[in-house]
Design a protein. Structure first.
Length: 291
């Protein structure tokens, strides 16, 4: 009997030892991680990364959209969002920061759609442990513009947060209202050049300003109210001069019947340089309403 008992205990130990590597591997696979990849978009490849949250279950996902030209990436927010259980996807539009192709505003809009298609691919969703039915867009400055355009064209996006959202087309309309169209394009080009063009390829300040003049009527924020009015929208403003237009957009959504509009003003600059903790806290509180 003693021999049998020892044999049984030995067999149990062997089984546990053999099983441990499997359990350990499964635990390691479910840890928080960072994945890098290139996302295809209209024949070019966009440099991208994903902060993958801990846990084996599919996670809700934020696509974090950078501004013009994208010096502030807000990756501190990405880390905080991951700790809160969200996957966070960051990518550089075509023609920006080393991604192949040419940069333009229309290309950027297409690139957000390409990123969404990539994440919704079942194989990619499984690999990245994300829930493709729960995607939220968070955009800073021009990224807010991209978020508005993308969400208005894609009703499956659950909501958007705009951090000093820049209505690029609306800004040109305002400038053109002070003079001729040609003068407006010239002033807009000067403003874009001042922001910095070095990280962008295949474009000039003049070509981008002309694109806004040619196509901007369908891009201005007020024209997107009807498409967005049924979803959560978080409008965050600062002391950078964009607050009046962003607040007007928020009011337009409310007047159209959107009961899920949240606004917040933080007394800081365009990069939210001395309000990073407050900005992160606000975004996390808003994201918590989706779970």
């Amino acid at each position: 009997m003693k021999v049998r008992a020892k044999t049984a205990r030995y067999a149990l130990c062997v089984a546990l030892c053999l099983a441990f590597p499997v359990v350990h591997a499964q635990a390691a696979e479910a840890r928080a991680s960072m994945e890098t990849m290139q996302i295809p978009s209209h024949g070019s490849m966009m440099n991208a990364l994903v902060y993958v949250a801990a846990g084996a279950q599919p996670h809700p996902t934020v696509i974090l959209l950078h501004g013009f030209p994208g010096n502030e990436r807000n990756l501190d927010l990405a880390q905080d969002m991951r700790r809160a259980g969200w996957n966070v996807v960051y990518f550089n539009y075509r023609g920006s920061w080393g991604s192949s192709g040419d940069f333009s505003f229309s290309h950027g809009i297409e690139d957000v759609a390409s990123a969404l298609a990539y994440l919704r691919n079942p194989d990619n969703a499984k690999r990245l442990r994300l829930d493709p039915s729960k995607i939220v867009l968070v955009g800073h400055s021009m990224g807010g513009f991209m978020a508005v355009q993308a969400a208005s064209a894609d009703p499956a996006i659950k909501g958007i947060a705009m951090i000093s959202g820049a209505d690029m087309a609306g800004a040109l309309v305002q400038v053109q209202g002070q003079g001729s169209n040609a003068e407006g394009v010239k002033k807009m080009a000067a403003g874009l050049a001042k922001e910095g063009m070095a990280p962008l390829a295949g474009c000039t300040p003049e070509s981008l300003a002309q694109e806004l003049s040619d196509r901007g009527a369908g891009w201005v924020f007020p024209s997107k109210v009807a498409a967005l009015k049924g979803r959560p929208v978080f409008v965050i403003t600062s002391d950078d001069g964009l607050a009046p237009a962003d607040n007007a957009f928020a009011e337009g959504l409310k007047k159209a019947g959107d009961t899920q509009v949240t606004t917040l003003h933080l007394p800081t600059d365009h990069a939210y340089s001395d309000q990073r903790t407050e900005l992160s806290r606000a975004v996390l509180q808003w994201l918590a309403t989706f779970k």
